[in-house]
Write a protein that binds this ligand. Structure first.
Ligand SMILES: [Mg+2]
Length: 139
């Protein structure tokens, strides 16, 4: 199954580093849908210590727990022979060439055979119920 490294600031939340930004639209919904499909998610962030704990906790509160954090495996021990680059299939990062494409695009790219974008649909129907779309459009 695909291993995916996911950046935090600017990717899962708006980049307010070292403060905590607001979650990006569809971020957690998409990550949860990817996990349901067996994708292995690794958090890949510059955060350490307390700032890292806050990020991990926010993800947990939103239903996303990572297989590993800043490492290939939970129990990985780093030494001089351990590459610093993660051994993953895909990196999701707002500093990619071309910038961050958005979580809808991430889902479409990683799950090209999905007939519907389940995560997005769920969120949109929630917003619709709240009249969010109507207010947004001013109708
Ligand atoms: Mg970033």
């Amino acid at each position: 199954m695909l291993r995916v490294a996911v950046d935090f600031d600017g990717t899962i939340v708006e980049n307010e580093y070292p403060a905590m930004g607001k979650p990006l639209l569809f971020a957690f919904e998409t990550l949860k849908e990817l996990q349901k499909r067996g994708f292995v998610l690794i958090l890949w962030t510059v955060r350490t210590g307390k700032l890292l704990d806050e990020a991990v906790e926010l993800c947990k509160q939103n239903g996303v727990e990572f297989y590993a954090i800043n490492s290939n495996h939970p129990e990985e021990v780093f030494d001089t022979d351990t590459p610093r680059k993660l051994d993953v299939d895909v990196f999701i990062d707002d500093r990619n060439l071309g910038g961050f494409p958005g979580w809808d695009k991430v889902f479409q790219t990683l799950c090209p055979n999905e007939p519907v974008q389940i995560a997005q649909k769920k969120v949109l129907s929630r917003y619709k119920r709240k009249g969010f779309i109507r207010r947004l459009l001013g109708i």
